[in-house]
Design a protein around this ligand. Structure first.
Ligand code: PBG
Length: 432
C-alpha cells in the first residue's frame, strides 16, 4: 500500500501548517507538519501518509548478500562504523568525586529535546482557546487603554476581520461582550433580551459568514444595567436573585434564538443554570450548551475589563451583593458547593475565573467532576503580562505561553483568553 489517508473530524477551519511546538520555550528539534487539504465545505482534514516506495519488494542490490555480510562478521571481519565520540572533558578544577549511588535520576528522561518532547504531559493547541471579543455599535475599532492590543470592535467590520484572523490560525470559538449605549440601559436590564439588540445581530452576522464558528455568549445584566451590576438591585443594595434569574432566562433564550452555541451565565445567581436549562428546553433549544461561571471570585483582576465595557458598578462593589460570587478569594471548599449545584442543574462546562491565581480551584474541579473545565484568564492577568513585556521586565511571549500551558496543566480543557490570537499564531510558527 503506497499511502493511507486519515480523515480527522475537523469542524474548525484548516490550520496553517500547525507546527507542533513540543515544549514551550524550547525550539522543537523535529517539526511535524500537518498539511491540511482545504475543501470547499471545510469539514474534513486529510493527513496523507506516504509509505516508503522501497518496501514494495524491489530492494536495490548492492552486490553482497545478507548471508555474505553475516559470514564476514562471524569470521571477524567487522565493518567500520564511525568512532564512539570521546568523553566530553570537564573544566579544569572540576572536583573528582565518586558517583552518587542513585537508582533514580530524573534528568535521564530530560536529556535531549526529542526525549523531553516525548514525555511532555500537557499540550496546548489553538483548539483549546476561546477568544473574548468586545463589540460596539460603532464603525471604528476603539483601543482599550488598560488592555494593550485589545479593541472595542465595530460589530460589522473590525469584529468580522478579527474572527477571520483567529480562524486562520485555528481559533474557532469566540465569546462576545457588548458595549451597550447608556440610553438603552435600565435598572432591570431589559435590553438584554431584545432580539434585535447588538449581541443577537452580531450572532446572525457571524453565523451567516462562518456557520461553523462556535459562539459563546455572556449571560448577565451588567452591560445592560444602569447600575452596572449583574442583576437587579433593590433599594437597599441587595441583588434580587429570582427576579434576576427571570431576566437571565429571557436573555439566554434570545441569544439561543439568534444562533448562540453556548450560553455562559457569569452572574452567579442561585439556581440560574437549572432555570436557563428549563427555559432553553421549553423553547426547543435542547442543543444549546450552558457554560456556567461556577467559581467566579470577587477579584480585582477584572479591573481592565470593566474599563473596556464601561461597566463599573455605579456604587458598592460586586462582592457585597452578587450573592453567588464566592465572597472572598479566601474560599476553596465553597467552589465545590457551586460546582455541585451547577452539575446537578445541567451545566455542560464548569468555569473558574480568574485563572492563574486560582489554579488550585481548577485542579479541584478537574479532580471532582467529569465535566469539561474552562478557565478564564481575565483582563488583569492579560494586562500584567502585556505591561511587564512592554517594560522589558519579562519576555511577553514566553510568559504568555507558560501561563496558558499552566492553566492546561492545572486541568482546564478550554481557556478564555485575550491572548488567543497571539498565542495561536505563536503555536502556528508565525512571528506576528
Ligand atoms: C461580567 C463579567 C466580567 C468579566 C466577564 N464577565 C466582569 C465582572 O464580573 O465585573 C471579567 C472578565 C475579565 O476581567 O477579563 N458579567
Amino acid at each position: 500500500m503506497a499511502s493511507s489517508v486519515f480523515h480527522a473530524p475537523c469542524g474548525a477551519p484548516s490550520i496553517k501548517q500547525l507546527e507542533c511546538q513540543k515544549y514551550v520555550g524550547l525550539r522543537p528539534s523535529v517539526t511535524l507538519r500537518f498539511n491540511c487539504v482545504k475543501t470547499k465545505t471545510v469539514t474534513t482534514r486529510r493527513l496523507v501518509v506516504t509509505a516508503s516506495k522501497s518496501h514494495d519488494g524491489t530492494t536495490k542490490k548492492l552486490g553482497i548478500s545478507d548471508a555474505e555480510c553475516e559470514a564476514a562478521v562471524v569470521a571477524g571481519n567487522i565493518p567500520e562504523a564511525p568512532p564512539v565520540p570521546p568523553k566530553p572533558a570537564a573544566p579544569a578544577g572540576t572536583p573528582v568525586v565518586p558517583s552518587l549511588p542513585l537508582s533514580r535520576r530524573p534528568r535521564r528522561n530530560r536529556k535531549s529535546p526529542a526525549m523531553r518532547a516525548s514525555f511532555q504531559e500537557t499540550n496546548l493547541s489553538p483548539a483549546n482557546f476561546v477568544y473574548p471579543l468586545f463589540i460596539h455599535e460603532g464603525e471604528e475599532d476603539t483601543p482599550i487603554g488598560a488592555m494593550p492590543g485589545c479593541y472595542r470592535l465595530g460589530w460589522r467590520h473590525g469584529l468580522v476581520q478579527e474572527v477571520a484572523k483567529a480562524r486562520d490560525v485555528g481559533v474557532n470559538s469566540v465569546v462576545l461582550f457588548p458595549k451597550v449605549p447608556d440610553a438603552l440601559k435600565s435598572p432591570t436590564g431589559d435590553e438584554a433580551y431584545n432580539d434585535n439588540g447588538l449581541v443577537p445581530r452580531t450572532i446572525w452576522l457571524l453565523k451567516d459568514r462562518y456557520p461553523d464558528l462556535v459562539i459563546y455568549t455572556d449571560v448577565a445584566l451588567d452591560p445592560y444595567s444602569s447600575d452596572g451590576h449583574d442583576g437587579i438591585v433593590r433599594e437597599d443594595g441587595v441583588i434580587m436573585n429570582d427576579e434576576t434569574v427571570h431576566q437571565l432566562c429571557k436573555q439566554a433564550v434570545s441569544q439561543a434564538r439568534a444562533g448562540a452555541d453556548v450560553v455562559s451565565p457569569s452572574d452567579m445567581m442561585d439556581g440560574r443554570v437549572g432555570a436557563i436549562r428549563a427555559a432553553l428546553d421549553a423553547e426547543g433549544f435542547q442543543h444549546v450548551s450552558i457554560m456556567s461561571y461556577t467559581a467566579k471570585y470577587a477579584s480585582s483582576f477584572y479591573g481592565p475589563f470593566r474599563e473596556a465595557l464601561d461597566s463599573n458598578p455605579r456604587f458598592g462593589d460586586k462582592k457585597t451583593y452578587v450573592i453567588r460570587v464566592i465572597e472572598l478569594y479566601a474560599n476553596y471548599r465553597e467552589a465545590l458547593v457551586e460546582a455541585q449545584a451547577d452539575e446537578s442543574e445541567g451545566a455542560d462546562i464548569l468555569l473558574v475565573k480568574p485563572g492563574l491565581p486560582y489554579l488550585d480551584v481548577i485542579r479541584l474541579l478537574r479532580d471532582k467532576y467529569p465535566l469539561p473545565i474552562a478557565a478564564y484568564q481575565v483582563s488583569g492577568e492579560y494586562s500584567m503580562i502585556k505591561a511587564g513585556g512592554a517594560l522589558k521586565m519579562i519576555d511577553e511571549q514566553r510568559v504568555m505561553m507558560e501561563s496558558l500551558m499552566c492553566l492546561r496543566r492545572a486541568g482546564a480543557d478550554i481557556i478564555l483568553t485575550y491572548f488567543a490570537l497571539q498565542a495561536a499564531r505563536c503555536l502556528c510558527g508565525e512571528k506576528r
